[in-house]
Ligand binder design. Structure first.
Ligand code: OKP
Ligand code: ZN
Length: 343
């Protein structure tokens, strides 16, 4: 399988994440990249290629221009404004406030463009997000050109990033960028299947009113887990996109037997949708040992996940989402890919 990775994805090295009422070293750290590379290498999964640089065009195909400009300049502006720590929002256009004003000061715009406050912006954030997106675009281009599968070692992840909001460790929605890339290359319809523990709320939002991208997500029930405010089973799409979104929330503690039944349901639904490409938002934070998640998949279960995904028979691009710094994240990613390729 063709594998894409860029060392530039590691230049974001945030120091702070608000977690359990304290600023701690972020779970979404650059060491994840090396753990995944080691897992791929150990299983001999294929050649690791550097991505091409694709610029902002594929980003602007799914994200708001002012949002992208905000991300590009946020850290410089935050420092120029004299703030000592990393850029962390502390006010939002919440339900009782106005959502139609974009403030002038960087502190106000941070709140406007953020959907949560665990994701600090720091030096290198924009550059790493750009590299992560380049990895996704090069991976999907490979699949579009050859029909053979590819994996993009995206970091930071993307699936929480909405058209004009960052958070949940995500800035650019790599899966949405890849899906849109396939449509722009002439594919009629694309499926995004999100198997990360957390609901892929940005991907859902971006395509919610459209029928050219089917979005399915299997995730922790938002009634009791992040992102809390989206990802419920009654969200089926709207307008032209009615029926084009599938959410399969599951309770904390879910293990493989129940999880794989949801996977089969999602795969059957995608099969009905007559798609030409599959984008897998590949989070491995469904692993029992994940430090911030609550499902109970075991390492060998990930082989079976890969096998079942292969059963769809679609050209497939895998893009990394979550899975936090425990040794097994590399092994678990590699098992999905090797289950997909080798059965
Ligand atoms: C990103 B991805 C831990 C609580 C969780 C944010 C979770 C973001 C997950 N401090 N808050 O979907 O893996
Ligand atoms: Zn996750």
């Amino acid at each position: 399988m063709r594998l894409y990775h860029s060392e530039t994805t590691k230049v974001r090295r945030a120091q702070t994440e608000l977690h359990d009422g304290a600023l701690v070293p972020p779970f979404e750290c650059p060491e994840r990249v090396d753990l995944v590379l080691a897992g791929l290498e150990e299983r001999g999964l294929g050649e690791v290629c550097a991505p091409n640089e694709h610029g902002l065009a594929p980003v602007l195909a799914v994200h708001d221009r002012d949002y992208v400009a905000f991300l590009e300049h946020c850290w410089t502006e935050w420092q120029a404004a004299g703030h000592a720590g990393e850029a962390i929002p502390n006010i939002w256009p919440a339900r009782t406030l106005r959502g139609d004003r974009i403030p002038d000061s960087v502190a106000g715009r941070l709140g406007y463009y953020a959907l949560a406050c665990e994701t600090s912006i720091c030096a290198g954030t924009f550059e790493a997000a750009m590299a992560s997106k380049d990895v996704a675009v090069s991976a999907v281009d490979h699949v579009l050109e050859t029909g053979t599968p590819a994996f993009g070692l995206c970091r930071p992840p993307g699936h929480h990033a909405a058209s004009d909001q960052f958070g949940g460790y995500c800035f650019f929605n790599n899966a949405a960028i890849a899906a849109q890339r396939a449509l722009d290359a002439g594919r009629r319809r694309v499926a995004v299947l999100d198997v990360d523990f957390h609901h892929g709320k940005g991907t859902q939002q971006i395509f919610y009113a459209r029928d050219d991208v089917l979005v399915a997500s299997i995730h922790g029930d938002p009634a009791v887990t992040f992102p809390y405010f989206l990802g419920y089973a009654d969200e089926r799409g709207e307008g032209a996109g009615e029926g084009c979104n599938l959410n399969l929330p599951l309770p904390p503690g879910t293990s493989m037997t129940r999880w794989v039944a949801a996977l089969d349901e999602a795969l059957a639904w995608i099969r009905e949708g007559d798609c030409e490409l599959l984008v897998v938002s590949l989070g491995v934070d469904t692993f029992a040992g994940d430090p911030i998640s609550a499902f109970r998949l075991e390492s060998d279960d990930f082989l079976e996940v890969g096998r079942r995904l292969a059963g769809l028979g679609l050209p497939t691009v895998f893009l990394l989402e979550g899975g936090y710094a425990v040794e097994e994240i590399g092994v678990n990613v590699a098992k999905v890919l090797s289950g997909f390729e080798r059965g």
